[in-house]
Design a protein around this ligand. Structure first.
Ligand code: NAP
Length: 553
């Protein structure tokens, strides 16, 4: 029997053929009695940003920003067990380009609300875990439709709350839509029990059940996509969610409430509890009600969560599983011969796109000695042409960083860069707003802090390598292993990099940012994470426990 016949429809949408197992097994019967259609069209990535010259973009984006501006300053409640909950404490979310502009005031969860949300999720689990996977998948497909319909508006919120450029914001929403569509199809594929073959008279089948209550803790830099992806995976796998967005992206975080409410997700399956990680983080992570924690954020917080989740209070029913995606110190390696124009464009985009605030951003540029003196001055000249200002003006290449704390930290690293190396370029910045200069520093070696620590801002450290071997060695010389890129015309060197440039996502002759769901599953290992690959074929397995049933006639 071919694998696709065992697994029913696959993500290419092929129709299942009935198997002997499905005719005889109760479980297999229930999986074919779907309320929704399992024949979804094949997955296709949502179209990325069409460009600022596209007539539709020209018309729709400014209109969406104006419309969003009329809604600024609203107050947002928590969402627990299908009900809006208010607390005594609200926190303002502000526009980083103009901190006096309040995006929204968001009610903050404390220990009691965290506990209430976990209890709601625990109750919801009793029915949600046995809902047909196809039915669960349909909620995601409907949610994708809502996000698609609202794509310009959802993007406009990110421009104002996170200082994301039009393209960056639009592509973030598009990625969220991809997660919804892809995980829906993946669950339909995984939701069909697999016939493991018979042993004598015994028949055997293998299937998955949800792990239990999931806590989702998200960062601000992909404020829709990452939270949406982690929540969507848990929900479709059958795990009710308690979602804690970042305190810097609580209003965009609330969009998931609006979307999941609109599609009628049952009460308690999705709960929204914004609140400072330092206040409610431990309550969520430590709770014995939790079976799985999906976290994306910094290494420090990720390691803390991993450690705490390893402790097992007496009343805890299962071993907690942690999906942990953390930071990077990503390098682009420039070999002896490559397309220099493409490299200039892609290095600048990787290092300074969204102000370098991507886990995948290039923060180390390792340049072969033979091309260094020609390439680096060209790169610096190109950087000098890039404009800096509010993200709502599409003429600006770089905008503000997320908040004052980030601004201070990055400026300290810029000072450090001047001590450890030589500053080649430090741009001017607007007088108000949380801006930091676009900075390029040379003379950095692997023992420097600038070569080892994640800065999470627009600071590029250049390293001059004597040859390809040294460049490759330096590329691997950090605790992180997230993304990397190599520009080279030497096939042997490209092949060496495939084997020896040890990162989760490696790009040959292109930028090191911008992975697409399904075709480029994303995530790192070492101190960058658990190798779980969001948007990949194994991701949903983190939210489920496999079971095997053996039957004698
Ligand atoms: P962060 O400071 O680690 O925060 C991430 C989330 O953790 C936030 O929701 C935060 O809440 C929460 N948190 C803070 N302290 C906590 C605690 N003690 N217990 C539980 N949760 C806690 O990271 P960030 O600044 O938001 O995001 C940037 C980082 O994320 C960078 O390091 C970047 O590389 C990484 N990142 C990685 C990936 C990837 O796929 N590998 C993708 C995107 C970003 P508060 O906001 O309330 O503090």
């Amino acid at each position: 029997m071919k694998p696709e016949q065992l697994q029913g429809v696959d993500s290419q949408g092929r129709k299942p053929r009935p198997t002997a197992l499905r005719k005889t097994s109760k479980m297999a019967k229930s999986s074919t009695q779907s309320k929704g259609s399992r024949n979804l069209p094949p997955f296709e990535n949502e179209r990325v940003f069409p460009g600022i010259d596209d007539p539709k973009v020209r018309e729709a984006f400014p209109r969406a920003i104006s419309q969003v501006r009329t809604q600024l300053g609203r107050t947002y409640p928590l969402y627990i067990d299908g009900r809006e909950i208010t607390t005594h404490h609200t926190l303002d979310s502000v526009n980083p380009a103009n901190p006096s502009e309040i995006i929204g005031a968001v009610h903050q969860a404390g220990q009691a609300e965290a506990e209430a949300a976990l209890s709601a999720a625990e109750r919801a689990l009793l029915s949600w875990r046995d809902a047909d996977p196809v039915e669960r998948a349909q909620y995601l497909v409907k949610a994708a439709d809502v996000a698609r319909r609202r794509i310009f508006e959802l993007s406009a919120w990110q421009v104002l709350e996170e200082g994301k450029q039009w393209a960056q914001a639009y592509n973030d929403v598009a990625e969220g839509i991809d997660f919804l569509e892809y995980y829906a199809r993946e669950m339909i594929r995984l939701g069909v029990p697999q016939d493991m073959g018979s042993y004598g008279v015994e028949s055997n089948h293998y299937f998955y059940q949800p792990k239990g209550v999931a806590v989702v803790i998200a960062p601000w830099n992909f404020p829709f996509a990452i939270g949406c992806g982690m929540c969507a995976a848990a929900i479709v796998a059958g795990d009710p969610v308690v979602y804690k967005p970042s305190s810097q992206s609580m209003v965009v975080g609330h969009h998931l409430v609006e979307i999941f409410r609109e599609v009628g997700l049952p009460e308690g399956v999705f709960n929204y509890v914004p609140g400072p990680g330092s206040v409610i983080g431990d309550d969520l992570v430590d709770s014995p009600k939790v079976s799985v924690i999906a976290f994306t954020g910094s290494m420090g917080v990720g390691l803390r969560i991993t450690e705490r989740a390893g402790r097992t209070p007496k009343n805890q029913a299962s071993v907690k599983h942690v999906v942990c995606e953390m930071g990077g110190k990503n390098a682009i390696l420039l070999d002896e011969e490559f397309d220099e124009d493409a490299a200039i464009r892609d290095v600048l985009y990787s290092a300074f796109g969204y102000q370098g605030q991507k886990c995948s951003a290039c923060s180390r540029l390792i340049v072969h000695d033979k091309v260094y003196d020609r390439f680096v001055p060209r790169l610096v000249e190109a950087a000098k042409k890039l404009k800096i200002g509010p993200a709502e003006d599409p003429g600006n290449y770089m905008g503000p960083v997320i908040d004052q704390k980030a601004q201070r930290t990055i400026l300290q690293y810029v000072e450090l860069g001047a001590q450890e190396g030589r500053v080649l370029y430090r741009s001017e910045v607007p007088a108000s707003g949380y801006y930091v200069p676009m900075t390029i520093v040379e003379g950095i070696t692997p023992d420097n802090r600038l070569a080892q620590e994640e800065v999470f801002g627009p600071l590029l450290a250049i390293m001059r390598a004597k040859d390809f071997e040294q460049a490759l060695q330096w590329a691997n010389s950090t605790r992180f292993a997230l993304t990397g890129a190599i520009f080279s015309k030497n096939r042997e060197h490209l092949d060496r990099a495939v084997r020896d440039f040890r990162v989760g996502n490696l790009y040959l002759n292109r930028s090191c940012v911008g992975a697409l769901v399904k075709v480029q599953p994303f995530g790192g290992f070492k101190m960058s994470g658990g190798g779980t690959k969001a948007g990949g074929p194994d991701y949903l397995l983190h939210f489920m426990d496999p079971r095997c049933v053996t039957e004698q006639p």
